[in-house]
Design a protein around this ligand. Structure first.
Ligand SMILES: C[S@@+](CC[C@H](N)C(=O)[O-])C[C@H]1O[C@@H](n2cnc3c(N)ncnc32)[C@H](O)[C@@H]1O
Length: 770
């Protein structure tokens, strides 16, 4: 019942006489709903103009959209071909290895089907979208309170207080809501925004256009105008403050005032500002080093580091980046898990965990087995899936060395320092439990964790050993197809996980680490078979960001063994250093990869991949005893050496030319620097303990033994640097003495042996007595 609207333009179709139809009048609709053809006729001339303009813009927008879609399609096809910036995961595995391919292929289909599931069952149970495009989590969250200054601020901009930031955030939020409302109110008319933007510029136009706008749109325009005005005012204010506070007041040495953390934070910003244009903003009574010292102390106070480590980081990062690194190191990385493909598939695992109320997402396009967990109502280390070995809780950065290693089915692989077995079990999964995996660790207690994890995860192809990795070559020399050395390190990349690193590390710790790392790496190389039909690779990784433990160790191995650096195949990460302070590393060092918490939202990590090309050990004299090597001393000596070199240059060149022909074979060698070794000496490390290593760790470059320091090659040309020839003469002389000793008569040798036996008994006797 009720009145009937006449939508048929007044053409009345007679249906016969009805009482009500006759009695009731036609309904009258409001003008705005009148959609009759003659609506056009009622437009004013201005309205017509605006209408025309809108139509034109509509057409323009449509054209643009079409073009965009076209370029997007082209981009997509590029991506499929592997040309795009985020290449498909297969590309990450540079060698075409059947085992990996299988895992990836399977996972790729996993990912696709997971997308399908996302629109189906996953959404049904109302859990956050499960998409593979979650690169956003890779952006590190900043700690609340201290925002490192942007480069703009550093260039002289005034820093914003927390209140300002909150206000800014508020206004951003407000903008966002208003925009959203606009979208909602006019979501079919995309060009509308453009219209209003134009009208904002032209006041007269705005007034005209206002007639057509909804109240909320008018409000939006007003708000934007207000914001622009406020911005203008605050800019002007900021300029005046900057000009007023041109010089930062350096705190006097005598002042013992206790400053709050907020003041320290403020001072850090101010000193960064001064250092950004030192000549302009400095206090003439203080040098740059005064400012550096001040900021170092303040950073130590604010972030609770010891001065030594802060100094190390200051050498590593420019100031603005340092702040970002320190800030990111205060925040825990997202919780990530790795699917154990020996037992399940990622999509099944994801589904099972989602059903338990875990909010998760794939880790990113670079891994097909990782999941990032945003929130969980159950402890992730105690779910039935965990206990059944369907996944392992593992930092995302720990995937990287194994991905770089790219083990294959049926290979012989060694994980030299494996405990607690996270990476080793990943290797076993990629090998699909085929071949042999040696999982070794020096630490007896930690090796128990490897056993436990392997049982839980169903690793069946492993031999677990507990020995010093340095001794592996004596047990299984040239045996393995691939070796992973995830070396013990200072852990400077994982400060967020272990805050004790901030204060517990000093020079001696670092020195101990890099000496052990060098020895372990040489042992790892010696355990690999260069002629392996499928491999011959060594991957070296640490969770430290210090070059002493990374590039410097690799550079050492390049000089000591027949290995070369190859691409890690990881597709992301920052290139390793080819120079650091006064040191110059091999130019191929840029093939190594560094990962930072502030840049990649991963723990600080270093990954290098080496290919062994010959089983010959270039300096194979095991009787050589070498002292520990000191990084800082080396840097100082490099400087000294440069000066010395300049003085002796002409003389050395002459000698060098004489020797050139004789040493051409060495010149061909891959190594760019061969350390000469002192024989028969015992070395001392920094602790004063005697070292009697059988492997070739370089001796310290102290002035005492400098004469015998290694000959060098020019790393840019990989040729012998003939300026260094006198040192090589020293090496030659040593060899000559050695040869002469071989010419000794039988009688002399017998005498020598007897003397040696007497000494030995004497030593034994003394030892027993003690
Ligand atoms: C960074 S952790 C290895 C972590 C392991 N790769 C993982 O992913 O679970 C370094 C390991 O090296 C071991 N280690 C230290 N010195 C060693 C040595 N001389 N030989 C073998 N392993 C050693 C430590 O016990 C420690 O477990």
């Amino acid at each position: 019942m009720g009145r009937k609207a006449k939508f048929n333009d007044g053409v009345l179709v007679k249906k016969g006489p009805g009482k009500k139809a006759k009695k009731q009048k036609d309904p009258i609709f409001p003008k705005s709903l009148n959609v009759s053809d003659d609506a056009d006729k009622k437009l004013s001339s201005r309205q017509k103009k605006r209408f025309k303009r809108r139509e034109e813009k509509k057409a323009e927008l449509l054209e643009k959209r079409k073009q965009n879609q076209k370029t997007k399609k082209e981009g997509k096809s590029d991506y499929k071909k592997g040309k795009g910036p985020l290449a498909p995961p297969n590309q990450y595995f540079s060698e075409s290895e059947s085992g990996d391919d299988d895992e990836i292929d399977e996972d790729e289909t996993d990912a696709e089907s997971m997308h399908e599931e996302a629109s189906g069952s996953v959404e049904e149970i109302n859990v956050k979208g499960f998409s593979d495009d979650n690169q956003a989590w890779l952006r590190p969250k900043s700690r609340k309170g201290f925002r490192p200054p942007s480069s703009d601020e550093e260039q002289g901009g005034e820093e914003k207080s927390d209140e300002d930031m909150e206000e800014e955030q508020d206004s951003e939020d407000h903008d966002f809501t208003v925009e959203k409302l606009n979208d909602l109110s006019d979501n079919e008319d995309d060009e509308f925004d453009t219209d209003t933007a134009d009208e904002e510029e032209d006041d007269t136009n705005t007034e005209d256009a206002d007639d057509d706008l909804l109240p909320i749109e008018k409000q939006n325009i007003k708000l934007k105008k207000k914001q622009a005005r406020i911005q203008k005012e605050s800019d002007a204010e900021m300029q005046s403050i900057i000009s007023e506070q041109a010089t930062f007041q350096f705190p006097s040495k005598d002042s013992e005032e206790v400053v709050s953390l907020q003041d320290v934070q403020q001072r850090i910003r101010e000193v960064i500002f001064v250092l950004s244009d030192f000549n302009k903003h400095r206090d003439s009574n203080h040098s740059r080093s005064d400012y550096i010292e001040l900021i170092r102390n303040d950073l130590c106070t604010y972030y609770s580091y010891n001065e030594f480590l802060m100094e190390k980081f200051m050498q590593l990062f420019p100031l603005s980046e340092l702040l970002e690194f320190l800030e990111a190191s205060e925040v825990q990385r997202p919780l990530t898990i790795r699917t154990n493909t020996l037992k399940t598939r990622r999509r099944d695992l994801a589904q099972a965990l989602i059903n338990r109320g875990v909010n998760l997402d794939p880790i990113g396009k670079w891994s097909k087995v990782g999941l990032v967990v945003y929130s969980a109502v159950v402890p992730m280390g105690a779910t039935p899936e965990y206990l059944a070995g369907h996944y392992i809780i593992q930092g995302a950065s720990s995937f990287l060395p194994v991905m770089a290693l790219a083990p294959q089915e049926n290979e012989k692989v060694l994980d030299m320092s494996a405990a607690p077995g996270g990476k080793a079990s990943h290797i076993a999964a990629i090998m699909k439990n085929t071949g042999v995996l040696f999982a070794n660790d020096l630490n007896k207690d930690r090796i128990k964790a490897v056993v436990g994890n392997f049982h839980r995860l169903g690793v069946m192809n492993s031999v677990i050993t507990c020995m010093d990795g340095r001794k592996f070559p004596s047990l299984m020399k040239v045996f393995f197809d691939r070796v992973l050395l995830d070396a013990p390190c200072t852990g400077t990349g994982v400060v967020a996980k272990d805050q004790s690193v901030k204060t517990s590390k000093d020079e001696i710790d670092i020195q101990r680490c890099y000496n052990l790392q060098r020895q372990l790496l040489l042992a790892a190389i010696d355990s690999v078979h260069a002629k392996s039909s499928t491999g011959g690779y060594i991957v070296y990784s640490t969770c430290s960001v210090l070059p002493e433990e990374n590039e410097w160790v690799i550079d050492f191995a390049l000089k000591k063994r027949n290995v070369k650096l190859v691409d890690t195949g990881l597709g992301f990460g920052t290139a390793g250093f080819t120079k650091y302070r006064h040191l110059r590393f091999h130019p191929t060092m840029n093939l190594t990869r560094r990962f930072y918490p502030h840049e990649h939202n991963l723990d600080g990590f270093f990954v290098a991949k080496l290919k062994k090309f010959s089983n010959v050990i270039p300096t194979s004299d095991d009787s050589e005893v070498v002292e520990d090597f000191n990084f800082n001393e080396d840097i100082l000596n490099e400087e000294e050496e440069v000066n010395e070199k300049q003085n002796k240059k002409s003389k050395q060149n002459q000698q060098g030319n004489d020797k050139k022909g004789k040493n051409s074979n060495k010149e061909k060698s891959h190594k760019n620097q061969v350390g000469s070794k002192e024989k028969g000496k015992k070395g001392k490390n920094l602790n004063g303990n005697e070292t009697n290593k059988t492997d070739d760790i370089e001796k310290p470059t102290t002035s005492k033994n400098k004469k015998n320091k290694s000959k060098k090659t020019d790393i840019t040309t990989n040729k012998v640097n003939w300026d260094e020839v006198p040192k090589k003469v020293g090496v030659k002389l040593n060899k000559k003495v050695k040869k002469d000793s071989k010419k000794k008569t039988f009688g002399e040798l017998k005498q020598k042996k007897e003397k040696f036996n007497v000494n030995r008994t004497d030593r034994k006797f003394k030892k027993n007595r003690n």
